[in-house]
Design a binder for this molecule. Structure first.
Ligand SMILES: Nc1nc2c(c(=O)[nH]1)N[C@H]1C(S)=C(S)[C@@H](COP(=O)(O)O)O[C@H]1N2
Ligand SMILES: [Mo]
Length: 380
């Protein structure tokens, strides 16, 4: 059913796109890393083997016709452990019901049932490198809703059903010691969160089988939650009760997912949701009608509904200037582009910070200026 009143009220809440005028001539790109000399390497795996492997996505190249990250550029947080590489054929997911009965789910079965699951953004909760914030990508997924598997295993989700939550476990680098990561990858998901979020077991990425390094042949995707919960190389799914403890992976990521302390019980763990966030990805120095102008291009992502406008400020304490996101984002499951044209009042160092002008929207990271980018303006 189509409710005209709802559509009309949404349209009137939508700010009009201003005419931004001539794009002018692109003179240069202003680096977003301020005075630091570090340059993030893109398109290559860095950092070491296994748990320490990283590949960063170059966000600065996003454009309206290039909003899905090509598979070779999707960020990588850990490369495949030896145990997963060795087992690629005949992959089995061990299922355990709440009464302890076990069964086996083959990946062949999952692949036959897989269907398009749309594009979703993945962001690492540790995406904190001000050089780039490249632990973030958007992927077009194929997979099978996790509710299907869980309902088969545990029966329908009713209040009388004691199978309150689901423990999803993946193969990990159990033998590797890393100074950055605690080995062991599993996450406890409440059944209602699985349903509300539309969590799924992914077997395909951007139209091809899920690559080994991204968790192939099967990984968990939880739209709207941080990547730490998107367990790769899934080999076990178990129904658990309300007193299930938090897993080591959950404990490791407690601070980065904004928990209060380190919850002992999984049910005390706040959903690791990505709040509405926004960041510049590119600052273009342009000449427009004989004058210099800086065009700031950025992305907005996360939250529970698409944002229509943002605030921007350039120095701590300045009041944010509110501007519309144009065109208005149609989804909050991926990122959307925005643009702001800026004439700095003087040369100097500026920290570009985005804010959300709409009250009642939780923005824990924006509130901390988490995604601030530093630019040096040498000419106005
Ligand atoms: N088995 C396993 N799954 C895992 C991890 C891991 O170390 N082992 N890392 C998690 C983290 S912290 C993130 S951000 C994502 C990264 O997925 P990607 O490497 O495909 O980008 O996978 C998650 N799933
Ligand atoms: Mo992560």
């Amino acid at each position: 059913m189509c409710d005209p009143a709802a559509i009309l009220s949404r349209m009137s809440a939508q700010p009009l796109c201003p005419d931004l005028g001539e794009p002018g001539e692109l003179l240069a790109l202003v680096p977003l890393h301020g005075l630091s000399r570090r340059e993030t390497p893109f398109g290559t795996i860095v950092g070491g083997p296994g748990l320490d492997a990283r590949r960063f996505t170059n966000l600065s190249t996003l454009s309206p016709d290039r909003m899905i990250t090509p598979t070779a550029e999707v960020f990588l947080r850990t490369a495949a452990p030896q145990a997963a590489t060795a087992r690629q054929h005949d992959w089995i997911v061990a299922l355990t019901a709440s009464d302890g009965r076990t069964s086996r789910l083959s990946v062949g079965n999952l692949i036959r049932r897989a269907r398009p699951m749309a594009a979703h953004l993945i962001e690492c909760a540790g995406n904190n490198d001000p050089d780039n914030f490249g632990l973030m990508s958007v992927v077009d997924w194929h997979g099978v809703p996790l509710t299907e598997i869980v309902d088969e295993l545990a029966g329908p989700d009713t209040t009388a059903n004691t199978s309150a939550a689901v423990l999803v476990t993946g193969i990990d680098h159990d033998a590797q010691t890393s100074w950055r990561s605690i080995p062991g990858a599993s996450w406890v998901l409440p059944r209602d969160a699985i349903r509300q979020r539309g969590a799924f077991l992914a077997t395909g990425m951007n139209g091809a089988p899920l690559p080994l390094d991204h968790g192939g042949p099967v990984r968990l995707v939880v739209p709207g939650w941080y990547g730490c919960s998107w367990i790769k190389w899934v080999d076990a799914i178990r129904m658990v009760g309300p007193d299930e403890p938090s897993t080591s992976q959950m404990r490791e990521f407690a601070a980065r997912t904004h928990q209060r302390g380190v919850p002992d019980l999984a049910r005390a763990y706040e959903p690791p949701e990505i709040d509405l966030a926004a960041a510049p990805i590119r600052v273009e120095k342009r000449r427009v009608a004989g004058r210099l102008e800086y065009r700031i291009v950025g992305i907005v992502w996360g939250g529970t509904r698409p944002a229509a406008r943002l605030g921007i400020r350039f120095r701590a304490g300045d009041p944010p200037r509110v501007f519309p996101i144009c065109p208005a984002p149609s989804t909050h499951h991926t990122w959307s582009l925005w643009e702001y044209r800026w004439r700095p009042p003087s040369t100097g160092v500026y920290d570009i910070v985005l804010t959300c002008p709409d009250p009642g929207v939780r923005t824990r990271r924006l509130d901390l200026s988490f995604y601030a980018r530093r630019v040096i303006i040498d000419e106005i």
